[in-house]
Design a protein around this ligand. Sequence first.
Ligand code: SF4
Length: 241
Amino acid sequence: MINVHSVESLGTFDGPGIRLVFFLQGCNFKCLYCSNPDTIEKKTGRLMTTTEVLQMARNQRPFFGEKGGVTVSGGEPLLQARELLPVFKALKADGFNTCVDTNGASLSASVKELLDYTDLVLLDIKQIEPKAHEKIAGTKNLTTLKFASYLQEIGKPTWIRYVLVPGYTDKEEHLQQLGLFVQNMQNVERIDILPYHKLGKHKYEALGWDYQLEQVELNSKENIERAKNILLPYGKVVLVN
Ligand code: SF4
């Protein structure tokens, strides 16, 4: 069974086309900007069986069209790689497109096996520079970068997602490093710049947590364009989402 925080039908943000998105409970990062902080704690949410997931996907199949399908997000879905394996096997056997939205901080045998049943990985690179990564995500990025290299090795179609936070992830040298890191990865189809927002802030209040980015301004249009223009020469499609 998988431990689910919530389910979104007709999602258009987490992968190609229209998608059924399962947000799983529990994360091994604690990003300062996390817009779903209520998914971080490793507690029990809604426990769902493979049959339930498959049934939901079947019910929504008419909306998926050619590109859509099922995404697991979080929280950090790969913490439940072993439990997801039968789910993804069943989804693939039924012809669904599968997508994992991950921070890449787990590369176990189960994760590797799950990737065999995954059509697309949305890899969230929080920061390329290790110390700055620790500042924004509360932990190191070594496994995430190894995970990215593994995706390259197996040729797994990947979209990189990068949250642009003024003062934390928007330094030119860090964006250049990110561009250099992905430029030779043939499996990386695009880089999505996700402008920082404060939509999850009220959830911190509800959890009794400090919202540490209170003083951070939203990105200006110019800052987003600047980041895009720094990344573009590295040969990838760069989108702002
Ligand atoms: S990895 Fe995702 S779910 Fe986990 S803390 Fe960061 S933004 Fe939140």
